[in-house]
Design a protein around this ligand. Structure first.
Ligand SMILES: [Zn+2]
Length: 420
């Protein structure tokens, strides 16, 4: 159920059978992960544990329903505005009886609360339901090549606490595991009802098994069972994904059908791809190895063993302090993606981008504008800084856990400033 490309397997075989039509309630491909469902127990050992199958500290049995996840997703996306039961019914095609039954259960679980009334078109004022963000939490852990960042977020995805410490990803798996546990432990003590830990690190890796592959520059990680090691030590569900996917997941929370690329320039170069509103990981969860596309045959050697990789050229420019050239290289890769995937926009993030945001946005936009002139596109694909701050990857990693509790919400756009 971890693979973003799966859809429609979220069940709904539980008590919430009030669906009146096939629309809305089944198979929202826009959700990143499978919803918690009673079919989860049938998974194969190679698949990641679904947090809802082993939730700790809080009785979230109600979430095992696909429809409950769907309703929670809508309420979560509504934020402080809240949602009335009537609005939920209109947006999900669930019967009012089913809505009442599910929301009553979610209130009993402490996940929803009635929060005032507002005028309704005809009839009595509607009672508004809101999410209770503090009802549960998740931890996101970003293991970067030279630092570890851990955040505790509430159910709304808002950070409650965070920690950052230096880390040497090449110090050996055992040492890094100890550092990771040291980062997470204080946060577990901070927030009640921690549902699990989402871990993000440089790829490539196998998301379904939670095992890193040969991370560029850090071959020791190849084949190490990081997810299961951490889960065993923590006694909590753990989900592992690439740093770029975690960030993209945070950005596409509740996304509609939009397609975008999140391009990350930090200690490496990578991409998180959101296609049609869903994070695209590929058949072996290896998609998004953006930095190692060859853009210069027989070019400079890259840490991956190839030559003339986008990453090698971009990092070389950065090491010279030449942000304009780094942005031009990044823009070239972005233009390749635009041509391949016909995405709606490009979002930029990562430490190097944060250090020179204007140079990167301007430089990438210039390459995309040049491409649009060549192809005759009326408008170049817009470029923007990704929303979120320095903890963007860590916060997105927490969404690896939280995202499984919430169904997809049609009609929303991903985070990040809108262009035009
Ligand atoms: Zn390379």
């Amino acid at each position: 159920m971890q693979n973003s490309n799966e859809s429609g397997t979220g069940g709904g075989s539980g008590a919430d059978t009030g669906r009146t039509s096939g629309t809305g309630a089944g198979g929202e491909s826009g959700t990143d992960t499978g919803r918690p469902s009673r079919t989860d127990t049938a998974r194969t050992p190679r698949q990641a544990p679904t947090p809802a199958a082993a939730l700790h500290g809080v009785n979230l049995a109600a979430l095992r329903s696909h429809n409950a996840a769907l309703l929670l997703g809508i309420v979560r996306a509504a934020g402080d505005n809240g949602v009335s039961r009537r609005e939920l019914a209109a947006r999900t095609a669930l019967t009012p009886q089913a809505i009442s039954k599910i929301t009553a259960r979610l209130r009993t679980e402490g996940l929803l609360v009635e929060a005032g009334r507002r005028a309704s078109t005809g009839g009595k004022p509607a009672t508004v339901l809101r999410l209770v963000p503090g009802a549960a939490h998740a931890v996101g852990l970003h293991l970067d090549r030279d630092r570890a960042t851990a955040v505790l977020v509430d159910l709304a995805g808002a950070p409650v606490a965070s920690r950052t410490l230096p880390l040497d990803l090449g110090a050996g798996t055992a040492a890094v595991v100890e550092s990771a546990l040291g980062e997470v432990a204080p946060l577990l003590a901070t927030g009640p009802n921690v549902l699990g830990v989402g871990v993000a690190m440089p790829g490539p890796l196998d998301h379904t098994t939670g095992v890193p592959h040969r991370v560029t520059g850090f071959p020791d990680w190849d084949g190490f069972p990081l997810r299961d090691t951490l889960a065993g030590r923590l006694g909590l569900p753990v989900v592992l994904d690439k740093d770029t996917n975690a960030a993209a997941l945070g950005l596409c929370r509740g996304a509609g059908g939009e397609s975008f690329a999140y391009l990350h320039v930090g200690t490496g170069l990578g991409a998180g791809l959101v296609l049609g509103g869903a994070l695209y990981r590929g058949g072996r969860t290896g998609a998004g190895e953006f930095g190692h596309q060859t853009v210069q045959l027989d070019g400079v050697p890259c840490g991956c063993g190839a030559h003339g990789c986008l990453e090698a050229l971009c990092l070389a420019a950065l090491s010279r302090g030449d942000h304009a050239e780094a942005a031009r290289v990044l823009g070239t890769g972005a233009a390749n993606l635009v041509g391949l995937l016909d995405i709606d926009r490009v979002l930029l993030g990562g430490r190097a981008v944060a250090a020179a945001p204007d140079a990167f946005v301007r430089g990438v936009a210039a390459v995309l504008a040049e491409r649009a002139r060549r192809t005759g596109d009326p408008e170049p694909v817009p470029v923007a800084l990704a929303a979120g701050g320095a903890d963007q990857v860590a916060e997105g990693a927490a969404e690896l856990i939280l995202g499984q509790l919430f169904g997809g919400v049609p009609g929303l756009t991903p985070g990040g400033p809108k262009i035009g």
